[in-house]
Design a protein around this ligand. Structure first.
Ligand code: G3H
Ligand code: 13P
Ligand code: ZN
Length: 346
């Protein structure tokens, strides 16, 4: 099966009230771990690669890894998404590289560190939608910012999303999916105490824009048992804390459809590798420590696919809709940015 658009997967999730994990990939081990879990659980899946991933492995390698994994697991319904595109140029490069979905994160400026204003966000997001929808490609935007500065995209400022502004943003830009600030945060050190997600924000947007796929970034739960393995075998992650899985699952019932997870797989792999090195210090065959890392990541993905009710949904999605057909639908629906209104916003 060819790559599908993220919209095709998320439309099914909206219709049937489930969530879809979007897992970050940088290498073969992560790609196989995620794809094999999707195959075992018969789940659709979103593979996402950040700017950092595209720099690390190169877009050709990432795209090739995904194509190879799709040959190994032909029944898996999969979309390839650009995570946290920082400017239109990055998004257009990913479209040219074969990505079937892109995120234009205009909640921050092009540095990826400084919160941007509403007018800037509208302008850059509209520029990406204009090009992407012509090609049948899905676009995710973001309004509001998450805390948690990692080496990638993220500001140290938390701005919760204003639901009315989110609805206006979606109508004006015609994005397919929108990431909200509602209490989640990137990375392994999200909070000092257990968070309380603001479901009311998700619910308010969902009520006014039920066809808009809402996105939860920073959704790793940083499982204490996996952090304990890292710390037991020489790691140092004191105070690591994430969003409990049950809170993410609750957010699905309020309208969250795409759930971004990167950190949990990093922690799972790191713990497995540290354990192997500690127990077998004589080992130096890369396969001997990457194999347990792959298994540990795959187990986390499988757990989330079951918890988010993605398991078993692959067969209901139907035949892949080509980019050309998706482009026709966007044209028919006039799903292009409302430029007159956008230009009037100061
Ligand atoms: O939200 C960011 C993702 O975890 C990707 O991280 O930019 O370090 O690849 P990265
Ligand atoms: P985590 O750091 O919680 O895994 O979030 C990942 C993410 O939001 C990628 O865009
Ligand atoms: Zn993110």
């Amino acid at each position: 099966m060819p790559l599908v658009t993220m919209k095709q997967i998320l439309d099914d999730a909206i219709e049937k009230n489930y969530g879809v994990g979007a897992f970050n990939i940088n290498n073969m081990e992560q790609t196989l771990a995620i794809m094999s879990a999707a195959d075992r659980t018969e789940s659709p899946v979103i593979l996402q690669a950040s700017r950092g991933a595209r720099k690390y492995a190169g877009p050709v390698m990432i795209y090739g890894l995904v194509q190879a994994a799709m040959k190994l697991y032909p029944k898996v319904v999969v979309s390839l998404h650009l995570d946290h595109g920082n400017e239109p140029k990055t998004c257009i490069e990913a479209m040219d590289d074969g990505w079937t979905s892109v995120m234009m994160d205009g909640s921050l400026d092009a540095s990826g560190k400084v919160p941007a204003n509403f007018a800037y966000n509208l302008k850059v997001t509209a520029e990406v939608v204009q090009e992407a929808h012509k090609r049948g490609i899905t676009v995710e935007g973001e309004l509001g910012t998450l805390g948690g500065v990692e080496d990638g995209h993220g500001a140290d400022t938390v701005i919760l999303t204003d639901p009315d502004q989110a609805v206006e943003f979606a109508e004006l830009t015609q994005v397919d999916a929108l990431a909200l600030g509602f209490g989640t945060s990137h990375g392994a050190f999200k909070f000092k105490a257990t968070p309380k997600l603001r479901y009311d924000i998700v619910e308010a947007v969902n009520k006014k824009a039920p066809k808009l796929a809402l996105v939860s970034h920073g959704s790793s739960s940083v499982p204490p048992e996996l952090v304990a393995i890292v710390n037991k075998y020489g790691g140092k992650m004191p105070g690591a804390m994430g969003v409990p899985v049950d809170q993410i699952v609750n957010s699905i019932d309020y309208g969250v459809r795409k759930i971004n997870i990167d950190t949990d797989l990093r922690i799972a792999a790191t713990g497995a590798i540290r354990k192997l090195f500690s127990e077998k210090p004589e080992e130096f065959d890369v396969r001997k420590y990457l194999e347990p890392a792959m298994q540990a990541m795959s187990a986390v993905v499988e757990d989330r696919m079951i918890a988010f009710r993605t398991a078993g949904k692959a067969s209901g999605i139907g035949a892949p809709v080509s980019l050309a057909d998706m482009a026709k639908v966007y044209k028919q629906d006039n799903a292009f940015p409302k430029m007159d209104k956008i230009n009037a916003v100061k």
